[in-house]
Design a protein around this ligand. Structure first.
Ligand code: FES
Length: 550
């Protein structure tokens, strides 16, 4: 792992948490962001810091995960260092801060102009506007100052848009990393951290992120703070619980009972947002512990409740899915693990600049490891640093297409031992990485098949894939590795950030009608539990294999 450290030296004063407190926790408390996908368990090695002087003795985990060169230059893992001593440190230059977040492209103005099948009404396409600069260039503000913001709190990232409510036009967009990542990459790590006493810190972390996003939005739009009157927020059930300060005790273990899933209306002060704002806040309702307001918002934005039979999929660490239409919904979530977000993969990265999003390989005895990379795309066109979710799918898809792995997912030699070279050996996709993908894709596929069988509506007429992952996905590769079934071919529509689009629609729609529709969606949604479902467990084992005859 090639890590660069900032020149700035942080002087961390003596801590008050005693010998048991980790350096990771002290840094978080002091307001420093340290990437910690494993949540401080000492397994990911991403929480590296460099001691400018007097580094402590390395622990067993540090000897395992850090190179000898790193250890001798003072690099340690922040979650492995305990004690209260003052110290001088350098933090890594974080690529996570530049994480690529999908913000939907067009004004969700509530008018169904130019709507294509499967698209979000009012949205043109999912060609992403990924940054604030883009927003400032594309939309200008009229000077009328009645504005509202929509915010999607993802486990990894946040995305937000600002609307002129009078003209019903988007005037700015922004995104950021979710700084709760310092407590772990997935929702279960956050739930665990909250239940072990960090709930208030997690709440304040998300409030600070929302404050920063709002500050960026008003600065870009050139409007005063008090022009923002309203905030509509969506997120998964854990994010909404943490934001509201609700107990996560019921979310961490069966029977997975949320404190409150209803639509919430309040003020910025009740959420501990900065006092520079004076806004009314609405948090949209959820359906269950694992199918939250983000999916409800997607159903709302896509008008799935007015369709005949559609399937909505949002693939992250949980594969959240909803099947149905005007007659109601069956929803579920399949635990895919972090693999499709680059986690648990030796060369996996999040959607940061340099992350490989697509690739084409060919056998070539003259190339490094016998495999040549003939096509490769990265985020922002930067030098490849690793594979993000869609690059991971392509790597496995290419291994299947070229016959490098068998139906069990086992590489031939020499790739079984050495890994499959990508980007002319810059990194290697290894046997254990294929195993991780097998588990992730089996969970999603078995979840889809079980959900559709239980819903009983036949093949869905539309398959709507939400999120940035979906926008870059190669349909052929997803079918080749068995993530999606053959009958999905030609029916998949990438819809962008449907959760944010739902928050935007709510911001602009007639409020009484919007509440009625949301109540109707959640009231007619039933959750399917996959954990003990015999069909799911049977399919999960079947779907671990690859169809190498394809
Ligand atoms: S190893 Fe320290 S957070 Fe993962």
């Amino acid at each position: 792992m090639n890590v660069q450290y900032a020149k700035e030296v942080i002087e961390l004063p003596a801590g008050s948490g005693g010998k048991a407190e980790t350096l990771l926790m002290r840094l978080i408390r002091a307001g420093h962001y340290v990437d910690a996908p494993c949540g401080g368990k000492g397994t990911c090695g991403r929480c590296r810091v460099r001691f400018v002087s007097e580094a402590p003795q390395p622990t067993a985990n540090e000897r395992r995960l850090l190179t000898a060169e790193e250890r001798s230059s003072g690099v340690r893992m922040a979650c492995e260092v305990c004690g209260a001593e003052a110290c001088s440190l350098q933090l890594p230059v974080s690529r996570e801060q530049k994480i690529d977040v999908l913000v939907t492209a067009d004004a969700a103005d509530g008018e169904n102009t130019g709507q294509t099948a499967g698209a979000i009404p009012g949205e043109r396409d999912c060609a992403a506007m990924h940054n604030r600069e883009g927003a400032a260039k594309i939309w200008g503000h009229s000077g009328k100052q009645r504005c509202g913001a929509a915010v999607d709190i993802g486990t990894t990232t946040l995305a937000a848009t600002l609307y002129d409510l009078t003209e019903r036009k988007r005037i700015a967009a922004a995104s950021s990393v979710n700084h709760q990542r310092a407590y772990g990459a997935d929702v279960l790590s956050r739930i665990q951290a909250a239940n072990e006493g960090a709930a208030e810190e997690l709440r304040l972390s998300i409030c600070r992120d929302i404050d920063a996003l709002l500050a960026g939005l008003v600065a870009d739009a050139g409007i005063p703070d008090d022009a923002v009157e309203e905030l509509v927020i969506v997120g998964n059930t854990t994010m909404c619980h943490l934001l509201r300060g609700l107990s996560c005790a019921g979310l961490g273990a069966a029977p997975f009972t949320p404190e409150d899933l209803s639509l919430w209306e309040g003020s910025d002060a009740e959420l501990a947002l900065s006092d520079r704002w004076s806004v009314s806040v609405t948090i949209l309702p959820g359906i269950s512990a694992f199918v939250g307001a983000d999916i409800v918002a997607g159903i709302y934005a896509l008008e799935m409740d007015r369709k005949k039979n559609a399937l909505l999929l949002d693939i992250g660490t949980n594969g959240e899915m909803a099947a149905g239409g005007a007659d109601g919904f069956l929803v579920t979530s399949a635990a895919a693990g972090p693999v499709f977000e680059g986690g648990n993969i030796s060369c996996g990265v999040a959607g940061v600049p340099g992350a490989v999003t697509s690739l084409v390989l060919e056998r070539d005895p003259a190339a490094i490891g016998g495999i040549r990379t003939v096509e490769l795309s990265t985020i922002a066109g930067e030098t490849p640093i690793g594979l993000c979710g869609t690059g991971i799918i392509d790597a496995v898809g290419e291994a299947v297409r070229l016959g490098l792995i068998d139906e069990n997912g086992t590489f031939e030699e020499p790739w079984f031992t050495d890994g499959m070279p990508v980007a002319e050996g810059r990194f290697r996709f290894r046997q254990e990485d294929v195993r991780q993908v097998q588990m992730g894709k089996a969970a999603i596929r078995a979840g889809i098949e079980t959900l559709l069988a239980e819903y009983g509506g036949g093949d869905p007429e539309e398959i709507l894939i939400a999120g940035g992952f979906g926008c870059r996905m190669d349909e052929e590769q997803t079918i080749r590795i068995g993530l999606f079934p053959e009958q999905f071919r030609g029916h998949i529509t990438m819809i962008g950030n449907s959760a944010l689009a739902g928050a935007q629609r709510y911001l602009l729609d007639d409020r009484t009608a919007a509440k009625q529709r949301l109540a109707s969606i959640t009231g007619r949604a039933q959750e399917l539990s996959l954990a003990m479902h015999p069909k799911f467990n049977e399919l999960y084992l079947d779907e671990m294999f690859f169809d190498t005859d394809r």
